[in-house]
Design a protein around this ligand. Structure first.
Ligand code: GLA
Length: 340
């Protein structure tokens, strides 16, 4: 039995709430109208996929004990999906994407989810997100949280997702008309420094062990912690509060709070969480100086990659003019399959 399939999964940009997901905190991402498409035919006993962005095709068996050692390296994400899904038939096809790779817009989450759907995953969106997260961790060795995959799986057109990672509930928050969401690349490829991300996560976990869940803690509770851990905890505690305020500002259409909240978030990620870079700081400064810009901050893991900025509609007509690479993005629907 064979059948043709087309599956699409979007990337994401996070408006507020970074490095909070693995702390059981809050975030406010959007799924975007850039994403990854897999077109193929199900059947056979191998997964063979080409990608317009890659020279070598991935050619994998259906049983993969160690996805992290697969070559070519981009095939590790597919291998992670195959290892998690344990499909009983293969897929032969082609991958295309409109996402920049490795820029912090969750190109890997989009790839994982589109491949899982194309291979026949048929469960609910949250289960798809968890499968993608496990695949990512196996492929990359990075102990990532759930935000990227959950956003790609559950995106809602015109809305940001207020995600509470303590119970994975999602509250849709309308992005008001008259606001553009723009992503600008800092010019520095994001090395999702495996070890730096893992270290931050370990520091946050040690803070939680000492003072309990950070979503219930205050900055005063964090004072007893050793220096670096205290600052990591302070970022998560204050960032959770900013997510609520930012969601409320969007919901009420009060755009005056957007700038100060985004500025505070960027400074907290720079100084307390120490995941910014000179290029990200410079991109934020350049953007906030432009007329019609409401606010800007680094988005995603940091260590390079992109800045997100909210502007009055039409304020930045050519987002690639700022640093050479940029995109106007629209809040979009989550991952989906169409049997062709
Ligand atoms: C990466 C991870 C996410 C999240 C962000 C930071 O994108 O994959 O789980 O931790 O960094 O908010």
């Amino acid at each position: 039995m064979t059948d043709r399939v087309v599956a699409f999964a979007p990337g994401r940009v996070n408006l507020m709430g970074d490095h909070t997901d693995y702390a059981g905190g809050l975030a406010l991402p959007i799924a975007i109208d850039l994403g990854t498409t897999v077109r193929g035919i199900r059947g056979g006993e191998r997964v063979v996929l080409t990608s317009t962005d890659r020279e070598r095709a991935a050619d994998l068996p259906l049983s993969i004990p160690d996805p992290g050692s697969v070559e070519p390296a981009w095939g590790r994400y597919l291998a992670g999906v195959v290892a998690e899904l344990q499909p009983d038939r293969g897929l032969v096809g082609a991958i295309t994407t409109t996402l920049p790779i490795g820029a912090g817009l969750s190109s890997s989450a989009a790839l994982e989810l589109a491949v899982a759907l194309a291979m026949g995953f048929a469960g609910p969106p949250r289960a798809l997100a968890h499968l993608g997260q496990r695949a990512e961790q196996r492929a990359s060795g990075v102990p990532c949280g759930l935000m990227d995959q959950l956003t790609s799986a559950c995106g809602i057109e015109g809305h940001a997702l207020l995600i509470d990672f303590s119970d994975e509930t999602i509250l849709p928050v309308r992005v008001p008309d008259g606001i553009d969401v723009i992503v600008v690349h800092s010019g520095e490829e994001r090395a999702l420094a495996t070890s730096a991300y893992a270290r931050r996560r370990a520091e946050v976990e040690s803070a939680i062990e000492e003072i309990g869940p950070l979503r219930d803690a205050t900055t005063a509770d964090a004072r007893s912690l050793p220096d670096a851990v205290r600052r990591r905890a302070r970022h998560v505690i204050t960032e959770n509060v900013r997510v609520r305020s930012f969601a409320a500002a969007l919901a009420s259409g009060d755009t005056s709070l957007i700038g100060p909240l985004m500025a505070e978030s960027h400074l907290s990620l720079r100084d307390d969480f120490e995941v910014s870079t000179a290029a990200l700081d410079e991109t934020v400064s350049r953007l906030t100086a432009l007329p019609g810009v409401l606010g800007a901050r680094l988005t995603g893991a940091g260590f390079g990659g992109c800045v997100v900025t909210l502007t009055e509609q039409g304020a930045i007509a050519d987002p690639s003019g700022v640093t050479g690479r940029g995109w106007i993005v629209r809040p979009s629907t989550g991952a989906r399959t169409t049997l062709a």
